[in-house]
Design a protein around this ligand. Structure first.
Ligand SMILES: [Zn+2]
Ligand SMILES: [Zn+2]
Length: 298
């Protein structure tokens, strides 16, 4: 039986993270309620224009910003990231420093960063993990990566101290990119093509065929709606639910709570079908200007 361990190398090569406490907290205190901070936040809002949320908030500080490469389902994509002391915001670049769209906002309370080692062309990468979704990002240089990780980590720690909350321990599995496998990672039989489409298990992040991901399961931390899971995860989740339940539940009751996906239902995780193999861009391909790609404010 074929295993997929080799395909999971990128998420298995996790190394320990140990960051010294930087001057980030002091910087936040210094910038709070300053004009320069207000101007910076207004500039970010302006770049997103009507497509973004208002970002100015009492006590919020823009800690830094920069261009990162984000692992997406089909291929890595450049995204502009903004680190505030309470949220991480990112968006698609239309015109650098002028126009962004598709704004995403992640509350920092829910964020954990995890270092990843370089792996082939994947350099300066780390994981941004949250309960709803987790993804890999790459910085242009090792120094930028270290800066990002250090600043995010410091902001999260400061926020947790303030709110008295415990660090988040449950994280969504990062999705295995489509191109990491040509066959279903569960049955290891079906080869993906225009008819056999790729789906992602929301629990383990594996790329699976329709037959191996017919169930949905309600995972409240990730979504208010039941999400597609692979057969293995589904069985485990049902088992956990059964074990966790104080009263005896019949298997069919559990199954009744979680829906089968109709075979012809339009799924939210659109299949990639066949797409040109994309390589991660090297530093020369995208980061070849005089602009510093990440800046953290002093
Ligand atoms: Zn399968
Ligand atoms: Zn799964």
């Amino acid at each position: 039986m074929v295993t997929h361990s080799q395909r999971l190398d990128w998420c298995a090569v996790v190394v320990g993270i140990s960051l010294a406490e930087g001057p980030v907290n002091k910087m936040v205190d210094r910038l709070i309620n300053t004009d320069i901070n207000t101007q910076r936040i207004t500039a970010v809002e302006h770049c997103f224009r009507a497509t973004g949320q208002p970002l100015a908030l009492q006590g919020r500080v823009l800690v830094g910003e920069g261009l990162l490469t984000k692992a997406c389902r089909k291929k890595p994509k450049h995204r502009m990231f903004f680190l505030f002391n309470d949220i991480l915001v990112y968006g698609t670049v239309i015109i650098l420093k002028k126009k962004y769209t598709n704004q995403q906002i992640i509350p920092l309370e829910d964020v954990t960063v995890e270092d990843l080692m370089d792996d082939g062309c994947l350099k300066n990468q780390w994981l941004i993990k949250t309960s709803r979704k987790s993804f890999r990002v790459c910085a242009a240089t090792l120094l930028e990566k270290e800066d990002w990780m250090k600043h995010i980590d410091s902001c999260v720690k400061q926020l947790l101290e303030k709110t008295g909350r415990r660090p988040s321990t449950e994280h969504a599995a990062p999705w295995i990119p489509d191109k990491m496998t040509e066959i279903c990672m569960r049955c290891t039989e079906r080869k993906f093509n225009t008819l056999i489409r790729r789906h992602h298990c929301r629990k383990c992040g594996f790329v699976v065929c329709h037959s191996c991901s017919k169930h949905k399961f309600l995972m409240p931390k990730m979504s208010s709606k039941p999400l597609r899971v692979c057969t293995l995860c589904y069985n485990r989740l049902v088992e956990e639910k059964n074990e966790g339940s104080t009263s005896e539940r019949k298997a069919d009751e559990i199954t009744g709570l979680n829906m089968m996906i109709a075979s012809n239902e339009e799924d939210s995780d659109k299949s990639s079908d066949e797409e040109r193999q994309e390589q991660w861009p090297g530093p020369d391909q995208f980061f070849s200007t005089d602009l510093p790609w990440s800046s953290f404010h002093a």
